[in-house]
Design a protein around this ligand. Sequence first.
Ligand code: 5GP
Ligand code: ZN
Length: 111
Amino acid sequence: METCIFCKIVAGEIPSAKVYEDGEIVIFKDIHPMAKVHLLVVPKDHYRTVKELTPERGEVLARALKKVADLAPSLGLGNGFRLVVNQGESAGQTVPHLHIHVLGGEPLGWE
Ligand code: 5GP
Ligand code: ZN
């Protein structure tokens, strides 16, 4: 997707603070952090919402979540973290490429 900002980050066309990358996902720091640690887990495959999940895409997401859990201590998330996946306009999804917010590094409220 030429116009998708996360596809451009995946392609390395615009810079990001990457903390992990493999053949199927990239994890980088959110440009406007809402917690001390705020990462975005982005599958390299462009699709918008969980409605477009397939078994294969689901397996990529499962591996991505396991990777986050494995990396958590080294990312400053050893005391726990929150996963958020905004879906659509009312939820505040601004980037139409599925991504998982990972928030932590400090005690989090629940608002
Ligand atoms: P959404 O609102 O779609 O759930 O989350 C999109 C997130 O992407 C926001 O938290 C926003 O700060 C982040 N974001 C948008 N553009 C960029 C960018 O160019 N670089 C990085 N690192 N984060 C971005
Ligand atoms: Zn995209």
